[in-house]
Design a protein around this ligand. Structure first.
Ligand SMILES: NC(=O)c1ccc[n+]([C@@H]2O[C@H](COP(=O)([O-])OP(=O)(O)OC[C@H]3O[C@@H](n4cnc5c(N)ncnc54)[C@H](O)[C@@H]3O)[C@@H](O)[C@H]2O)c1
Length: 352
């Protein structure tokens, strides 16, 4: 590991979840303690359009970092090596692209990627064009339980993987984590097609972004494995994730435990997997910073992994609009969810 120190900045500070004046989860309050813990990162600046959360943030961490209200000015003046983007999803693309264009080497952006498929593609194009290492905070990849699940599959404990199922409260905001895990379990294999349906009757938003109330998405990966995500109202598969193999079944019960019905075993075997000393946020920060220390290292949370499962989300919306299966790559660059909402085909103002 190199002994370099890195200039770090955060865009969007917020206040911690549930505290007075908070507007969301205040994810910056998760990012900074994690980056600070690895002791080679100096917080040089924060950017927030509002003074109140910014001053709260600086006071809380006894930081003399400079506060900018204009993130573009901050990028130009401070030339950070690493930037965390902790604003709501509709701003991710604009800011990630500006950071790449400003020459930031490592950009770690909150999930979900963006509010249209075109914005996701534009972020990737900008990162590639400017040589920026762009990652998204699907930090659950660093939970030991999920790594143990993938290892169990690799070890053949359920035979050959044939199906991965998941349940979740919504597809767009939380589902991005679980679809990410589904691709992780299946070794980042690209998907081939998606067929899905969504329902939206009442307005439902997460961090400002309109999202579906109910969704089902069924997809096939290029290695033949199938995926099913059930999301929203009354979603249930009676497990968090279920991995079905030719010779057994594995169910994820929580972020610390799973159970296996493996070949040759008479009943379910519960396995607890403690996280250990380093939480997933610190492991994420280490992984992200390592990209600067070790040329060639790519974060586990890199955009190429994130964009694969995000395409499934937008293809599910497109399948609902198109009334049929969507063969990938997904072509329309808008969000079919937002387009159908604007056209009065779904949502509280539904006219057709
Ligand atoms: N990874 C996870 O597990 C997880 C959990 C919760 C939220 N999130 C994601 O984190 C992101 C941020 O959500 P949050 O709850 O932390 O938000 P928040 O509301 O707590 O904070 C956002 C901050 O951004 C500031 N802001 C708005 N526009 C800005 C601009 N143009 N420039 C600079 N600052 C600006 C706001 O003033 C606010 O202080 C969202 O995308 C959300 O989905 C991720």
């Amino acid at each position: 590991m190199s002994s370099n120190r890195y200039r770090y900045a955060i865009i969007g500070t917020g206040r911690p979840h549930g505290t007075e004046g908070s507007t969301g989860f205040g994810m910056a309050h998760t990012h900074w303690p994690a980056f600070r813990a690895i002791d080679k990162v100096d917080l040089v600046a924060i950017a927030d359009v509002r003074d109140d959360p910014a001053q709260f943030f600086l006071a809380k961490y006894a930081s003399d970092a400079k506060h900018y209200t204009d993130y573009k000015e901050m990028l130009a003046q401070e030339r950070p090596d690493i930037v965390s983007i902790c604003v709501w999803p509709h701003l991710h693309a604009e800011i990630a692209i500006a950071a790449a264009e400003a020459g930031v080497k490592v950009i770690h952006c909150e999930k979900p990627m963006a509010t249209t498929w075109g914005d996701c593609k534009r972020m990737k194009a900008a990162a590639d064009a400017h040589g920026a290492l762009l990652s998204f905070n699907h930090q659950r990849r660093h939970l030991k339980l999920f790594q143990a699940v993938r290892q169990a599959v690799r070890d053949g404990e359920i035979g050959e993987l044939v199906m991965v199922e998941a349940q979740v409260g919504d597809m767009f905001d939380w589902g991005t984590h679980w679809l990410d895990m589904m691709f992780f379990y299946n070794e980042e294999t690209p998907a081939e097609w998606v067929i899905g349906q969504i329902d939206s009757r009442q307005e439902k938003r997460a961090f400002g972004a309109y999202e579906e109330e109910q969704a089902i998405c069924h997809f096939k990966w290029k290695n033949g494995v199938r995926g099913v995500l059930i999301a929203g109202y009354e979603a249930s598969i009676h497990a968090t994730h279920r991995l079905i193999g030719t010779e057994g079944v594995l169910e994820v019960l929580s972020e610390r435990s799973m159970r296996l019905l493996s070949k040759g075993e008479a009943g379910w075997r519960v396995v607890e997997v403690p996280q250990g000393d380093r939480n997933e946020h610190v492991l994420t920060a280490l992984d992200v910073v390592r990209q600067l220390d070790e040329p060639g290292h790519r974060s586990f949370l890199n955009i190429d992994n994130a964009i694969q499962h995000t395409e499934v989300i937008y293809a599910t919306y497109e399948s609902s609009r198109h009334r049929g299966r969507i063969d990938l790559p997904l072509v329309p660059e808008d969000s079919a969810l937002l387009a159908m909402l604007a056209a009065g085909q779904i949502g509280p103002e539904r006219r057709t």
